[in-house]
Each structure stands twice: as structure tokens, then as C-alpha cells.
Design a protein around this ligand. Structure first.
Ligand code: SF4
Length: 244
């Protein structure tokens, strides 16, 4: 959406209701990645690509004990680093990015985490989403809106966007949501996506936003979802497979 075509007022008013509903439901929602400083959050966010936050939180305590800052990470031994982060998946590419990123932090920013989006996205392994996470959560700077898989799915279901590409979704959200709510909105959408508006089985009947949600594409998601099998059924199937 170009700046010239400002969004219709009803879209902004709908976004306002969604933001208010999410705030009531998750007043204290914040980033689920455990971190004590901007460096730790940046590393954890890079590791969280294609991996759950819970898994990343299992790996980072030892990682940060061994490499407490960019300088120590820049000199990490590659094999050792790969072993430490192996369980987060794509560990070779992630280790390469972490080593390069840490070296760049040392050479360009005296080992500190920059506070500009352009400086962050110039680092290896850091895209716009990661940069927005670090700016918003570590520094309280709302430069954009984090669009991860949950935000993407929920923004569509809630009728906040019709776009598919994360950058386009982010732009649309930025047009209809006040900047003061950008950081909280993504935290709250992510919380809601994990607890209620699940990818395959959105729990609309238990959702506090149900009255204002157009539920775009929800029936299609439910119809294509594989039925959940009960524990007993899974056990029986495993037993018969073992006996055959
Ligand atoms: S009503 Fe359904 S589709 Fe809409 S946000 Fe809630 S769970 Fe998601």
C-alpha cells in the first residue's frame, strides 16, 4: 500500500478493536526467548529460525556461559559452536552466521548491538524480522512490526491484511496500527497464535476476539486439518506396527 492511499477509517477502527482485545487478553505478553541483554536476544533470535523458542531456551544458557559477548563468540571454535546449537536445526548455517555476525559486531560496532535497523540488517543472518525483534524488545524502539508465522496467519484471519508476503503485511499493519502499539501487537499476536488461534485448529469457540474476528480462511484451515488421533489410538497403532 502506498502512502498516498491511506487505509479506510473502518480498517483502522477494526485494528483498534483487535489491539484493545489483545491487550485485555495478554496485558503482559513479551518475548518468549530468554535473554539478559541485547546481545543474547540477537543470538537467540537468530537461533530461533525454524525452531521453537522453548528449544532455543534450552540451548542458550550454556552458549552464553561459554560466549558471553560478541568478542568471545567471534573467536569461538566452529565445531564446538555447531555442537552446542545442533538441536536448534540448520546448525551449520546458524553457526556460520553467528561467527560472521559476531565478527562484524566487533569490527563495525565495538562489540555493541547497533540500534539502527539498517545496521542490524547488514549483519550476517539478520533479516528485518530479527532486527525488529531486537529493536522492539531490547531497546523499545518501534521501527517496524515483527511478522513471524503467527503474526502472518493471525493478521489474515483477523482481517487486518489481505497480503501474503511478510514485508507487505508489515507495511499494512504499520498503516493501520499506531506506532506506540507496534511492539506489543506482535508479542500479543504471537501469544494468541500459540494458545488459541492455532494454525490447524483455531479455537474460535474459546477466543475472546471471536465477536470481532471475520475468521478469514478459517473454515478452509479446519477442513484441511488432519484429525487429531487420541493417545489410545496412537498407542494401538504403534503396538500393531511393532507386532507386524
Ligand atoms: S476467532 Fe478464531 S480465527 Fe479469529 S482470532 Fe480467534 S481463534 Fe483466530
Amino acid at each position: 500500500m502506498s502512502r498516498a492511499e491511506s487505509p479506510p477509517p473502518e480498517k483502522k477502527s477494526h485494528a483498534k478493536k483487535v489491539c484493545a482485545g489483545l491487550k485485555r487478553a495478554y496485558p503482559d505478553a513479551t518475548c518468549a526467548l530468554t535473554h539478559a541483554n541485547p546481545y543474547q536476544l540477537l543470538v537467540a533470535t537468530i537461533l530461533s529460525a525454524q525452531c521453537t523458542d522453548a528449544r532455543v531456551n534450552m540451548v542458550t544458557p550454556e552458549l552464553f556461559r561459554r560466549y558471553p559477548n560478541a568478542a568471545s563468540l567471534a573467536h569461538a571454535e566452529r565445531n564446538e559452536l555447531e555442537e552446542l546449537i545442533r538441536s536448534t536445526g540448520f546448525f551449520r548455517a546458524k553457526a556460520r552466521n553467528l561467527l560472521e555476525m559476531a565478527g562484524q559486531l566487533v569490527s563495525r560496532h565495538h562489540g555493541e548491538i547497533p540500534r539502527k535497523l539498517e545496521d542490524l540488517t547488514a549483519l550476517s543472518g539478520v533479516g528485518r524480522k530479527t532486527a525488529n525483534v531486537v529493536l522492539g524488545t531490547a531497546f523499545g524502539i518501534a521501527r517496524g512490526i515483527v511478522v513471524d508465522t503467527h503474526v502472518r496467519r493471525l493478521a489474515k484471519r483477523l482481517g487486518l491484511t489481505t497480503k501474503n508476503a511478510p514485508e507487505q503485511i508489515e507495511r499494512e499493519l504499520m498503516e493501520i496500527v499506531p506506532r506506540s502499539q507496534w511492539v506489543d501487537l506482535s508479542h500479543r499476536l504471537i501469544h494468541h497464535g500459540r494458545r488459541v488461534c492455532l494454525a490447524r485448529r483455531p479455537r474460535c469457540e474459546a477466543c475472546s476476539l471471536s465477536a470481532i474476528c471475520p475468521k478469514v480462511g478459517v473454515s478452509a484451515a479446519v477442513n484441511t486439518a488432519k484429525p487429531e488421533r487420541s493417545k489410545t489410538a496412537r498407542k494401538r497403532s504403534t503396538q500393531s506396527a511393532a507386532q507386524s
